[in-house]
Design a binder for this molecule. Sequence first.
Ligand code: AMP
Length: 274
Amino acid sequence: MVIVRTIKQMQEAKKGLFGSIGFVPTMGALHQGHLSLIQQARKENDHLVVSIFVNPTQFLEGEDLNAYPRKDEADIKICELTGVDILFMPTVDAMYEADELCIGAPAIRGYVLEGEKRPGHFDGMLQVVMKLLNLSGANRAYFGKKDAQQLALITQMVKNYFMDVTIVPCEIVRDEQGLALSSRNVYLKDDEKERALSLSRALKHATKMVMAGERDVASIKAQMLEVLSEADKVEYVAIVDRAFKALETVEIGNTIILVAAWVGKPRLIDNLWV
Ligand code: AMP
């Protein structure tokens, strides 16, 4: 494995790769969720590129940019052990210059749910993903369904900008109790961890209702909110189609149920595709 930190080094390292390139972009503090993407990319490609970059442009004023968990040494070991060929760990200065050209999230799909609660987040996310996809030379890039709206917007960017890369959606990895893994889970204290389970419980409850034949979005959301009463603050419960348009009736095979809530320090998100 080579670790590269500059754009030039990344471009040079890529020249030595013949065959397909799989790419997994991350912000580090790697956990089993990241690992499942890395392992899938390893299996499906000749070469594997992983990036670790805590991208400042996708954090809003007052968010946890400076406190974002970092564990570079452990991350490097994990990448070595999982067969990563190139680990790209750039500095902020290497990635950005002042007065940059920017990509904007689409006016509707980019400004509902996460985009509404975190205005500007998706602009910064798309900007860095565009750079990383170009640099990595990826044939396939792997993203978690955990960040469902992010995944949808990246897929749209690739389509709208005619980019020659396949976006591969990957399943959400959870702990044994059902909590979706996230680098930010380290902020949860013991009693908060229990209450954080209310997100996945609410989603499980919604699945049960759908399996029992309920299709009415308002009824499902009302019951989900009851389960979510253990969270400190619910930001949204939403039931949308795969293009992120709000639904009144669940459409089997075309629906995503999403929740965002604060429990203690972290803001948690989770979702379920039905
Ligand atoms: P992050 O480091 O949080 O930016 O995440 C990097 C990638 O890992 C993104 O594509 C995430 O959607 C994905 N990811 C994060 N947590 C999980 C999880 N629990 N299961 C599956 N993918 C995940």
